[in-house]
Design a protein around this ligand. Structure first.
Ligand SMILES: Cc1cc2nc3c(=O)[nH]c(=O)nc-3n(C[C@H](O)[C@H](O)[C@H](O)COP(=O)(O)OP(=O)(O)OC[C@H]3O[C@@H](n4cnc5c(N)ncnc54)[C@H](O)[C@@H]3O)c2cc1C
Length: 288
């Protein structure tokens, strides 16, 4: 199947792009890497009249650091997360997660802003953004506003983006010294979307877990912080010999649906196994 006919425009500046989007009466959509949008157009899941190509806008690029945060432009590609020294030093969670996103060709084109705007519940970067307590910088003709990642994801492919707004950048707070991160996912094949995934950011008090932010993906309608799991593991010392410390909390926080070929109970079991692995890898990092 092929996409319905559409018009295409490549604005020269962010201001130009925002003007086009504001004046399009809901008939225009931005395209960045095109790795999700174009597949959807070809399957005729949507049929916008105008594609606004934001993929070359300098204002959406760049990586910078202040004392408080790292700012990554919306056009940061998934592949950039694997080569950036800044990401390696200050955002190792993103570097760990990036190889799990699709395949090389997709990582070379797909962007951070596109992944967050698309809000696939099984995507890696929304979960990392929530775990790292990132804020999204959203631009429109009215100016900029910032929204915490946890508040940005509203449901299945649903976000807080308003008509005429673009994700301009994402700000990740600098984590306190000694913060540990871990990430893992279970998928049918490497590169597939996760059936169950988990990103954790945790500070340690000595060898005990403190202030953990576990965020599951692939098993709810959005990347989801798990408050009961966080409470259950606070103060505990990994490694965990069994899942008794956190398994009941997982059942409180997650209620996945059955999906074809995978029952909800199996997904909960997978989430439990994965949680043990991820938490134990935090302790290995602490020991290292
Ligand atoms: C075969 C295949 C496998 C994949 N596997 C994975 C995977 O395992 N994990 C994963 O996370 N992703 C996966 N993806 C999706 C990929 O990561 C996409 O790159 C990503 O979801 C969207 O980024 P993009 O830049 O390509 O966005 P686009 O496709 O250009 O846009 C996606 C949506 O976001 C909007 N948008 C884009 N940029 C902005 C912005 N700055 N502000 C506001 N709205 C914006 C667009 O209007 C559109 O609605 C896969 C894709 C394919 C084709």
């Amino acid at each position: 199947m092929k996409a319905r006919n559409f018009h295409y425009i490549k604005p020269a500046s962010l201001a130009h792009a925002l003007r086009i989007l504001a004046n399009a009466d809901g008939e225009a959509v931005p395209v960045a890497g095109g790795q999700s949008l174009l597949a959807g157009l070809n399957m005729r899941l949507s049929a916008p009249k105008l594609l606004v190509d934001i993929g070359d806008l300098d204002e959406l690029r760049g990586q910078s650091r202040t004392a408080d945060s790292v700012r990554l432009g919306a056009l940061t590609r998934h592949a950039d997360l694997l080569t950036s020294d800044l990401v390696a030093q200050d955002l190792p969670l993103l570097r760990t997660a990036a190889p799990h996103i699709g395949h090389l060709a997709i990582r070379n084109r797909g962007t951070l802003g596109g992944s967050l705007a698309y809000a696939d519940p099984a995507a890696e970067l929304p979960a990392c953004a929530v775990a790292l307590d990132a804020s999204l910088v959203l631009g429109s003709l009215l100016g900029e506003r910032e929204v915490r990642a946890e508040d940005f994801f509203k449901g299945l492919f649903e976000t807080d983006l308003r008509p005429g707004e673009l994700i301009v950048a994402v700000k990740f707070p600098i984590q306190p010294a000694g913060t540990r991160v871990a990430f893992a996912e279970l998928s049918r094949r490497h590169g597939d979307f996760a059936l169950v995934g988990l990103a954790v950011v945790a500070s340690m008090q000595g060898d005990r877990l403190d202030k953990a932010r576990p965020v599951y993906f692939g098993c709810a309608d959005r990347a989801m912080f798990a408050p009961s799991v966080a409470a259950a593991i606070t103060g505990l010392r990994p490694p965990f010999d069994d899942d008794s410390a956190f398994a009941p909390a997982i059942r409180q926080d997650l209620s996945p649906d059955d999906m074809p070929g995978l029952r909800a109970d199996t997904r909960l079991h997978m989430a439990t196994v994965l949680t043990g692995r991820v938490l134990n890898s935090l302790s290995e990092r602490a020991a290292a």
